[in-house]
Structures are given as C-alpha cells and as structure tokens.
Design a protein around this ligand. Sequence first.
Ligand code: IMP
Ligand code: MG
Length: 202
Amino acid sequence: MSDVVSVLFAREDIRRRIEELGRTITGDYDGRAPVLISVLRGGSVFLADLIREIALPLSIDYMSISRYDGATESMGRVRIVKDLEDDIGDRDVIVVEDIVDTGLTLSYLLSVLDSRGPASVAVCALLDKTARRIAPLDVRYRGFECPDVFVVGYGLDLHERYRNVPDLLAVQDIRAVDVDPSPLEAFLPRAPRDPSDDAGVT
Ligand code: IMP
Ligand code: MG
C-alpha cells in the first residue's frame, strides 16, 4: 500500500453514511419541500447521491463560485460565476458542500443566501475539517469529521482531476503525486469491460 495515498473513507462507508443523512433530513423536513443547493463543482457528486436518500418533494439548484486568490485570501469573498436559477425567498434551503475547510467560502455564501429572505438555511457537508476552521459555522448535517490532510475523490479534485475516484482518498504528499500520479491513478474506476470479451459466450 502506498504511503503517499490511502483510502480515508471507502465507497461503502460513504454510501451508508449518506443513507443515514438522508433519513435524518427526511425526518427533520417532514411536510416541507426544501431546495438543496450544490456548490459546483465538488459538491455535485455528493448531492446526486444524497437526494436519492431523501423521501421529500425536494428541488435542486446549483451555484458556481470562484475564490479571489488575493494575498489575504480576501476573507472568503467569492465571485458568483453562476447564480441559482430559482428564487429562494421563503424556501427551506440546504446548502450541500463536499468539504468545509476554513469555512470562509461558505460563510460568505451563507450571507449572500441569507440576504435573499429564505425561510431557513442549513448546511450539509460530507466532510468537516474542523481543525482548520477560521469562520465559525454551524454545519447541521455532517458526513464525517475529516483529519487535516488533503482529500481527493468522490467529487473532490487535485488540480481538477480525480473527481471520479469512487472512494475518498487522503493524499499525504501532494508534491510526490504531482511528480508521479500513479499512486492516485490506481484508485480510478476500473476500465469498463470490453464487450468483445463476451464473444462466443452464451
Ligand atoms: P474553505 O472552507 O473556504 O477553506 O474552502 C473550502 C473549499 O476548498 C472546498 O469547497 C473545496 O473546494 C476546497 N478544499 C478544501 N479542502 C480540500 C481538500 O482537502 N481537497 C480538495 N479540495 C479542498
Ligand atoms: Mg467546493
């Protein structure tokens, strides 16, 4: 096993945890029709699996933001690259995030959403790196507490790649995989079977 990359949460653990989160959200929002907002791009894989575990007449919407990579990280100020399609006034909003790290991005986003007059806003994050939190934030629904390592897979990227890795991986040495990505590539989904392999089999 590589000491550069290791499985932090396996796909089966993720599936089970999302089932539990879905059940909890279903109970908490009984009789209501929340809108689940995914922050592109990392949160999209989690959202896709989560909504299929929630037994409510929910809707979904997407938002895309880009961070200003300024010297002071501009205190989480973000630019909205793609805004929501629908009005969230009087709606119960659940923001679905892949990972909350410093919390700066999300707390800025929450202030933007709050200004639009929703009935309620809650945060659902698959991973919570509480050790790195700068902006205090109430993560109402948390998949897993995440150690302070760089995490890749299940929607999360390393230089825009490996979002399609089905497990959540911890990358201990980013520089090492920049030089030699093979330890990460070993976790990509296996190539589909070649149908011609079945030729002659009845
Ligand atoms: P923050 O909470 O404002 O620091 O930013 C959170 C965002 O940074 C997340 O939505 C991710 O896009 C990205 N991010 C933070 N930690 C990781 C990680 O370990 N792997 C991949 N992306 C990360
Ligand atoms: Mg993100």
